[in-house]
Design a protein around this ligand. Structure first.
Ligand SMILES: [Zn+2]
Ligand SMILES: [Zn+2]
Length: 260
């Protein structure tokens, strides 16, 4: 079937036939996406893979913001120095620009749930990279309101981690974390956050999340998962609820991060 219907790039629509390693491409130049190119190869053409921007140092060790000046060492950003965060470490796989932006939109708004396979692997790569040294007990996907989940048919954050238990542990030495989609629920339907500033987003999300009755989080290390980190309002609101429920530490991992 593959020969008759070669797959198309999910970002630009080009046929994916001349991938690195295929017989048509004898010696491809190394991609700027490096080894990540392999993870993205099932859904992107070579030229879109080359446009992928991973989040790389220098970053803020707290919120994970990537600095424009590429020569500095990692250092705390002004916002994190000013406001104490509810989470201790936030990281993202790539920048929320094309081609990752289009892939996430295809997944969320065009029902292309098969993209959760390669994107989930990309996210897992970031997890083993940034949490090799830290124990995580529970992985908690940011919940959607039931109305939104029904309309979309799935929760993309949950779908992104669904296959993690099948993957090898990578550099992680601690016991594999358990995926807990049953701890947190979204009790209030909120308007779309798109186009809202930080304060409006925070206001919009107040009281949106609650812990399920009887959830005991005492001393647990939790990793929140979401698709995109824009201002961090959503994960901050979730972290607030988890910390109030006794969680010892809350970290955050998202697939993409808005720059700036
Ligand atoms: Zn493409
Ligand atoms: Zn920061």
């Amino acid at each position: 079937m593959r020969a008759l219907f070669p797959p198309r790039c999910y970002a630009c629509g080009a046929f994916i036939r001349d991938q690195p390693g295929s017989v048509n491409v004898p010696s491809p130049a190394p991609s700027p996406a490096g080894p990540l190119g392999k993870l993205l190869a099932p859904c992107l053409c070579r030229s879109c893979i080359d446009q992928y921007s991973p989040v790389e140092s220098p970053i803020c060790p707290c919120c994970g913001k990537m600095f424009a000046a590429r020569s500095d060492a990692d250092h705390w950003c002004g916002e994190c120095l000013k406001h104490r965060r509810k989470y201790s470490r936030a990281r993202s796989a790539g920048l929320f620009e094309d081609p990752l932006l289009t892939l996430i939109h295809r997944l969320k708004y065009h029902g292309r749930s098969e993209l959760a396979g390669p994107l989930g692997k990309l996210l897992y790569h970031a997890y083993t990279r940034h949490w090799a040294d830290r124990r995580i007990d529970w992985i908690v996907p940011v919940p959607l309101h039931s109305k939104k989940r029904r309309r979309r048919g799935f929760n993309q954050a949950r779908l992104l981690v669904a296959r993690w238990p099948e993957y090898p542990a990578g550099g992680k030495k601690s016991a594999p974390a358990e995926i807990r989609s049953d701890l947190l629920c979204r009790v209030r339907y909120t308007a779309s956050q798109t186009g809202l500033g930080r304060q409006e987003r925070e206001q919009n999300l107040k009281g949106a999340f609650e812990l399920k009755d009887g959830a005991d989080l005492t001393g647990r290390s939790i990793l929140l998962i979401d698709d995109v980190f824009t201002t961090g309002s959503t994960v901050t609101e979730c972290a607030k609820v988890l910390r109030a429920g006794g969680a010892g530490r809350v970290d955050v991992l998202t697939l993409a991060r808005a720059g700036g």
